[in-house]
Design a binder for this molecule. Sequence first.
Ligand code: NAD
Ligand code: MG
Length: 376
Amino acid sequence: MSTRGVAILGSTGSIGTTALRVLARQRERFHVAALTAFANAALLEEQAAQTRAPYVGLVSPEGGVGSWARGASCLVEASTRDDVDIVLNAVVGSAGLDATLAALGAGKRVALANKETLVMGGELVARAARAGGGELVPVDSEHSAILQCLAGRSGGDVRRLVITASGGPFRDWSRERIERATVDDALQHPTWRMGRKITIDSATLANKALEVIEAHYLFGVPYERIEVVVHPQSVVHSFVEFVDGSVIAQMGVPSMELPVLYALTHPERVHDAGVPPYDPTELSPLTFERVRWEDFPALQLGVEAGRRGGAQPAVYNAANEQAVASFLDGRIPFGGISRAIASALEALRGAPGDTLDALRAADQAARAHVKEIAGC
Ligand code: NAD
Ligand code: MG
């Protein structure tokens, strides 16, 4: 039996390295056909040697091996190769959008970790999938959970999606203390080890707003039927409530290995997943709390941007990316992230978002707006 070729975009990151661990146990089903990274040429070189990937791309011009492809175009190149069946998009930020569009247009399966792609260009991505025959399968644990709970049922059977949120490191902090949180405080996620950007998003709860928008586009469920509940143990990965009142949850130890593997094998399941067994008594008790909407304004702003549509989700995403970078650089306080996002959304209220060019312009304008606030 021939194995399926996987391109890993962002192979040196948290999801990328998790995927390589998962794929090392799945050699009978998959081979690594392409690897790309932004920098960290030393790790990429190690990965290239271990996987013998025929295509290796490095965005940064510095370091690495002479035969590698260079520059931002390597993401699209890797995604559209004939020997690639599945593109695992594990790039962080809106830089992953072109590759998602190109892969879907070329009829590939896109295993999507790069949620910013769907937030920025949800309609365009859905259109590219329809036109090119490609397929979008989520890697995000909450959306993988929803996909598994749906088990092929259509949106018409769904009453509500309930997305769980760990609540992040500031779940039980006062609003005043959150305002002054340091970079070190914000990088201490209680249940997940992830890249820096998503870790900060998990502290502001902007990550949950991105996930609400992601769920809207992936499953076609209107915003008023998507809810968020805080679940500090991160064991229930999300719930689906059906029209008859039945509620189905998908559970497991907090690990990205299973969602990454499932995005590759969906709808099949494999025997040798290597996922640690789930012991309900050990992970007990499971608790659920209401979201403190007023103390985590980035969540509300994102959901509202999603509801408004047009360029607003792209503005939200870009403003958040820039504000997180400015916070990590020490230019704005933690509380300044949501204020910068709110200001960008307000300034770009009427910006059009019906074409890729319009979305890119909105993305750039939002970044420029936040840079000015941050004094960059
Ligand atoms: P990370 O920062 O650890 O890794 C990002 C990867 O993308 C790296 O390989 C980096 O070299 C590459 N990259 C960064 N900027 C790039 C650019 N401009 N062009 C090309 N490549 C670039 O991030 P991560 O935590 O692995 O997250 C990746 C994506 O997956 C994000 O969208 C995140 O929201 C999503 N996600 C992550 C987790 C997790 O557990 N880490 C869970 C769910 C979803
Ligand atoms: Mg998630």
